[in-house]
Design a protein around this ligand. Structure first.
Ligand code: TMP
Length: 213
């Protein structure tokens, strides 16, 4: 596959959207074909699943929730991400299988092996070149979300749930070589510099080669 696949992960309010948009503009200005997508969503069916998953009125069993995230992921990887990578495009994706491990695995308590096995099937083994984990304390993330909007169903699960998710992300970052943990409490400018620096370091490396210039 010719393109390059970059994922942003972290709690809500960690700055994923801001950084994904910056990176999108960075590549666009340099004449690269780049697409930006987010999970759940990014396909017509995925957007409908997203509406169900984030609706406060949805009461879902943990496994149902996991399967819905995976269904959205399967549609997105097969119909959007893989074709873009095959054309040689850069793909910037907000959230990926790490979110299912963190939220449904560590957060809801579903066995991590199930979550990982379903992600493997849903993505047909597609791993990003780099997955940035933007690390912010739970309270800080929630505070930032509440400044902008009403928290959605997942963000309203309570502090204990979010602390398990955060702990999960720390463990995932320690065990996945493609994950890069960055300090999300830094200002957006400095954080973006860290991202570019990390991408430079993957240049030509095993991780798929992110050519910045
Ligand atoms: P977001 O687009 O605002 O990040 O909302 C997606 C929400 O869904 C967020 O609270 C995290 C959650 N989520 C999961 O619980 N599992 C997943 O696999 C994904 C992709 C997201």
């Amino acid at each position: 596959m010719k393109g390059c696949f970059i994922v942003f992960e972290g709690l809500d309010g960690s700055g994923k959207t801001t950084q994904a948009q910056r990176l999108f503009r960075y590549f666009e200005k340099r004449g690269r074909e780049v697409i930006a997508v987010e999970e759940p969503g990014g396909t017509p069916f995925g957007e409908r699943i997203r509406a169900i998953l984030l609706d406060e009125r949805s009461s879902l069993e943990p496994l149902t929730e996991l399967l819905l995230y995976q269904a959205s992921r399967h549609e997105l990887t097969r119909r959007v991400i893989r074709p873009a990578l095959e054309r040689g495009a850069m793909v910037i994706c907000q959230r990926y299988g790490y979110s299912s491990l963190a939220y449904q695995g560590y957060g809801r308590g579903l066995p991590l092996e199930w979550v990982a096995a379903l992600t493997e099937r849903a993505t047909e083994g597609l791993t990003p070149s780099v997955a940035f984990f933007l690390d912010v304390p739970v309270e800080e993330g929630l505070k930032r979300v509440k400044r902008e909007r009403q928290p959605d169903r997942m963000e309203s699960q309570g502090l204990e749930f979010l602390r398990r998710v955060e702990q999960g992300y720390q463990e995932l970052a320690a065990h996945h070589p493609e994950m890069v943990r960055l300090d999300g409490t830094k200002g957006p400018e400095h954080l973006f510099e860290d991202i570019l620096r990390a991408l430079e370091q993957t240049k030509g490396g095993q991780s798929g080669g992110v050519y910045l210039h």
